[in-house]
Design a binder for this molecule. Structure first.
Ligand code: SF4
Length: 406
């Protein structure tokens, strides 16, 4: 047998294109019973809108999200009373449902709140731009190194107790930088840039590391996709240089709603995932949080990173199409959408259809007027009248023992 010196070249010396996404190596970070990074599947997150002082409303909202596949649920804790309420929320979830991995968002000068909530949740998210909040001073134009370091020392002092608490409890922290809320001294030193975002995160990471705390997840969100892409890519570059392997939480902030909100989120999150960057994602829509979960799964499924639904391959239809493709695809989907793991193709004609089914498990292909052909892989199995097409497709899947009742 002929062997190749370079395994990336095929026999005729053309490059063998690699179609797998090689995920960046990251350290595993445990959040309740879910692991972010470390080669585990990309984790889906969202956030409830309820006021956490509303215990029952919050428990119900967390449960609703978890039941549809949200693996980590975030809540916001604007006050000490909210932080304390998390103890009850956590307990009620365990009693009436099951433990759900929870993250608490802490904002302005939130050290005391963070320390309280760290007792009740699995991960605390802090925003470096707000954790020690320096009020912007109107007349200031720069920070001297001494002033910069002085604030750095204050941050260290404020962050230390939280880091120690999380470290000792085996819990996690997200250092969540936002382009829109960089600290003033970072803005003056690095500008409103991806570099400023990355340096903000690194400053906090270094404090954590000096205290032997490594259960860290990083995010660098922005509402503009090119800024967000540049920030995450630069973070990866800097972490590589520094030998850091922290997992990344991806998101586009304020993506909006509807179709554009989904496309914008996909442009940002999907692009990075395709480069192997990203261990957990949140799609932020100005809609009910339940609407975010299907978008997350669609992005992951389209990239082949997770398989949570049937993969449908369908041609766009053209003059050769022998049936109403949109209607048939809808019917096929309704009948088979619960068969997670299968790939099913619906193609308009046998001229190009079978060749373009992309290795689907089953194919439904227009054969001649009034008739369709059913395929198993690339093999045509039978020709059936169009009005019995869906029924016969189900029969074929049943014959193969791959059918389950919905
Ligand atoms: S598979 Fe056939 S019907 Fe569908 S777009 Fe291609 S040529 Fe047209």
């Amino acid at each position: 047998m002929q062997t190749l010196d370079n395994p990336n070249l095929t026999a005729n010396n053309s490059p063998a294109f690699d179609t797998t996404i090689h995920r960046r190596k990251t350290r595993p970070v445990q959040v309740g019973n879910v692991t972010i990074g470390g080669g585990y599947p990309v984790v889906v997150q969202s956030m409830i809108n309820e006021d956490t002082l509303d215990i029952d409303g919050s428990v119900a909202a967390i449960r609703r999200l978890h039941e549809i596949g949200c693996e980590i649920v975030r809540v916001t804790v604007p006050s000490m009373a909210h932080a304390k309420a998390l103890a009850e929320i956590k307990q009620k979830l365990a009693e009436t449902y099951q433990p759900v991995p929870l993250v608490a968002d802490v904002h302005h000068n939130g050290m005391k709140i963070a320390l309280e909530v760290a007792k009740h949740v699995d991960k605390v998210r802090i925003n470096p731009g707000l954790y020690v909040f320096e009020k912007p001073t109107g007349d200031r134009t720069e920070y001297t190194q001494a002033e910069f370091d002085e604030i750095g020392a204050k941050i260290r002092e404020t962050l230390e107790p939280l880091v120690i608490s999380l470290r000792d409890q085996g819990k996690a922290m997200r250092i969540g930088v936002n382009h829109g809320s960089l600290a003033e001294r970072m803005l003056f030193t690095y500008g409103d840039t991806p570099e400023g975002m990355v340096e903000s995160a690194l400053e906090f990471i270094k404090i954590c590391e000096s205290l032997d705390f490594y259960n860290i997840v990083i995010s660098l969100k922005a509402s503009r996709v090119p800024v967000m892409l540049a920030a995450y890519r630069l973070m990866v570059k800097r972490m590589d240089e520094l030998g850091m392997e922290y997992p990344l939480h991806l998101g586009v902030t304020e993506a909006g709603d509807g179709e554009y909100g989904r496309i914008k989120s996909t442009a940002g999150i999907g692009t990075l995932l395709a480069e192997g960057i990203g261990d957990t994602i949140r799609v932020s829509l100005t809609e009910a949080p339940e609407k975010e979960i299907p978008v997350c799964y669609s992005i992951l499924q389209a990239l082949g990173l997770r398989k949570t639904m049937v993969e449908y391959v369908a041609c766009p239809s053209c003059g050769r199409t022998l049936f109403n493709l949109e209607e048939v695809l809808h019917k096929v989907r309704e009948a088979t959408k619960h068969l997670t793991g299968l790939d099913i193709a619906v193609m308009g004609c046998i001229v190009n259809g079978p060749g373009e089914m992309a290795d689907a498990d089953y194919g439904y292909v227009g054969k001649q007027s009034g008739y369709i052909a059913l395929y198993r892989g690339r093999e045509e199995i039978k020709r059936v009248p169009e009005d019995r097409g869906v029924e016969e497709l189900i029969n074929l899947i049943k014959t193969d023992g791959r059918w389950v009742d919905p």
